[in-house]
Design a protein around this ligand. Structure first.
Ligand SMILES: NC(=O)c1ccc[n+]([C@@H]2O[C@H](COP(=O)([O-])OP(=O)(O)OC[C@H]3O[C@@H](n4cnc5c(N)ncnc54)[C@H](OP(=O)(O)O)[C@@H]3O)[C@@H](O)[C@H]2O)c1
Length: 333
């Protein structure tokens, strides 16, 4: 990185509405005029990054763009005076990587109130093993806990279980003493899911291949549902009395057709998660709880390191639903 440019994965819109990705030196002047400049050491790959990197205007309206909704690294300058030079920090969500140049660049500039001081027992690389996926999974756990969903209450379902949010939801819930059913389309990853703490692994079709009744046999006390669409509808109809379903994803679509009956005859709660806008007090609690986890229990093959030049194939895999575990993006590779 020279002082006037930084290396980044740069996405451009071409005439005719196609998008190209290239690695290039981007002038620092292209960064927005915010207070905090951070030298990014690590980022990560989330489903939303893949959408942004392939021209999805629902995520990124303006190109050229540098994706990366997660970043960790060191403070270069903070004009607000909050963070000293050299302090290790995390930025996830807010507008980072959506319409603000993100963590796939070696440098970002963001408002002071997007920045979280690195909690003790995390470091820039480990923080990105979790990233937005871990943050969202832990947010889901906290939403369930607020609904008094306790480990004694029975099984918790996690859908999209091999994905970023799903796999970390399995890990966090099992570490916190819950009995987890992991639903996946990748039954060959059963050992991986059991190593993360799943008690039971089921094929996701077992959830959706059900009849159209408004209420179905009750199979779990609560769920962290990461897929959306027909999966969310089916999960709600199979949730126990006074149960709760925390939802975050729209991979199977943004519409949910359901009926009122799970809500008024079983008291099921539907809990929405938006990790991007999460306010700072909750944001800090979530990172502190993640920091307290026993990181050594994550399986060795849980995450892998990719450089910017490796991202094309990783983006392709995540868009096809073939990704499992987490990809940490390193600017040092
Ligand atoms: N609201 C928020 O704050 C927030 C934050 C983070 C993520 N998200 C959203 O949450 C979702 C998951 O994100 P992620 O980063 O964890 O993605 P990911 O790593 O790609 O994981 C998604 C998982 O969903 C499952 N899946 C993929 N295609 C499917 C299909 N056609 N039918 C059923 N299941 C399918 C796969 O798991 P299996 O093969 O194991 O079934 C896949 O690994 C995305 O929609 C993302 O945009 C929302």
């Amino acid at each position: 990185m020279s002082t006037s440019t930084f290396r980044a994965l740069y996405v451009e819109e071409q005439k005719g509405g196609t998008f190209t990705r290239m690695i290039k030196e981007v002038p620092v002047e292209q960064l927005p005029d915010h207070d905090v400049t951070i030298k990014v050491e690590f980022s990560s790959l989330n489903y939303k990054d893949a959408l942004s990197a392939s021209g999805n205007k629902g995520v990124t309206q303006q190109y050229p763009h540098v994706p990366g909704i997660d970043a960790s690294g060191k403070i270069v300058e903070d004009r607000s005076g909050t963070f000293p030079e050299g302090m290790e920090v995390i930025v996830t969500g807010k507008d980072l990587g959506s319409n603000t140049f993100g963590g796939y660049g070696e440098m970002i500039r963001v408002p002071e109130d997007w920045v979280v001081k690195m909690p003790k027992s995390l470091d820039p690389k480990l923080a990105m093993k979790y990233g937005t996926a871990g943050f969202t999974a832990m947010y889901g756990v906290k939403r369930l806990q607020r609904e008094l969903i306790e480990p004694e209450g029975g099984k918790i379902l996690v859908t999209g279980a091999t994905g970023g949010v799903g796999s970390l939801a399995v890990f966090f819930l099992s570490e916190l003493g819950y009995e987890v059913i992991a639903a996946t389309g990748k039954m060959d990853k059963t050992d991986f899911l059991k190593a993360l703490g799943a008690e039971e692994v089921i094929h996701r079709n077992q959830i959706t291949d059900v009849d159209s009744g408004f209420l179905l046999n009750r199979k779990w006390n609560a769920a962290i549902e990461t897929v959306g669409g027909e999966m969310l509808d089916a999960v709600i109809r199979q949730t126990n009395h006074d149960g709760a379903v925390a939802c975050c994803g729209n991979i199977l679509g943004h519409k949910v057709e359901t009926s009122i009956y799970p809500f008024i005859l079983r008291g099921v709660s539907l809990l929405g998660i938006d990790s991007a806008i999460c306010k700072m007090p909750m944001r800090l609690k979530i990172w502190d709880t993640i920091a307290d986890m026993d990181h050594s229990k994550l399986p060795d093959d849980y995450s892998r390191i990719a450089g910017l030049e490796d991202l094309d194939k990783e983006i392709d895999a995540i868009l096809k639903g073939n990704q499992w575990g987490r990809v940490i993006v390193s600017h040092q590779k």
